[in-house]
Design a protein around this ligand. Structure first.
Ligand code: GAR
Length: 200
């Protein structure tokens, strides 16, 4: 079987990228292979994680030119024959021009139970601040396909996580990552990679 070629797009620490690398090493991801990591931030620790795993990396910065930014990413994805794009802590919203080109081929992990606490402006710790501010007792994470609506594409997997008394945004973020994101992102990636392989 020819594995699906996966590109992971990152902006920060890359713990979700690490979960994908670990899942590939342990055989949870077996229908796909991470062959490229692209960061929009040159100092993202995710780049070090990729290099440590022997994965090719690229830095593509936005520099106030969204069209060129997206064109450069598309060029890199096409040159590398990428089948599946995983947004793992990638803090940029992609235009319809980009998302429609890769329909049902882009996954994103979001740290809440969509449709709560999602959409433009809800990213990273802000999502957990909003959940705590609202006072919900259960939150979680969602993996979904990416379309032109921020966090609006079809849901693939979700997992609920309890909120405990005294949680801070940082404590909650860590629990949501450990109990939900690092599990459902590799699982969903394998599911979609398998479907891509079966369709070939
Ligand atoms: C993760 O919690 C991810 O779900 C979130 O940013 C964090 C990145 O951490 N993404 C978003 O909020 C996207 N809207 P990581 O770099 O350690 O994977």
């Amino acid at each position: 079987m020819i594995k699906a070629k996966i590109a992971v797009l990152v902006s920060g620490g890359g713990t979700n990228l690490q979960a994908l690398i670990d899942a590939q090493n342990s055989g949870i991801i077996k229908s796909g292979e991470i062959s490229l990591v692209i960061s929009n931030k040159p100092d993202a620790y995710a780049l070090t994680r990729a290099k440590n795993a022997g994965i090719d990396t690229l830095v593509i910065e936005k520099n106030n030119n969204a069209q060129k930014f997206e064109s450069d990413i598309i060029k890199a994805l096409e040159e590398n024959g990428i089948d599946l794009i995983v947004l793992a802590g990638f803090m940029c919203i992609l235009s319809e021009r980009f998302t429609s080109r890769f329909a049902n081929r882009i996954l994103n992990v979001h740290p809440s139970l969509i449709p709560s606490f999602c959409g433009a402006g809800f990213y990273g710790l802000k999502v957990h601040e909003a959940a705590l501010g609202y006072g919900v007792k259960v939150t979680g994470a969602t993996v979904h396909f990416v379309n032109e609506i921020p966090d609006g594409g079809k849901i693939i997997l979700q997992k609920a996580v309890e909120i405990l008394d005294g949680d801070t945004p940082e404590v909650l973020q860590k629990r949501v990552m450990e109990q939900a994101e690092w599990k459902i992102l590799p699982e969903a990636t394998e599911m979609v990679a398998k479907q891509i392989c079966e369709k070939r």
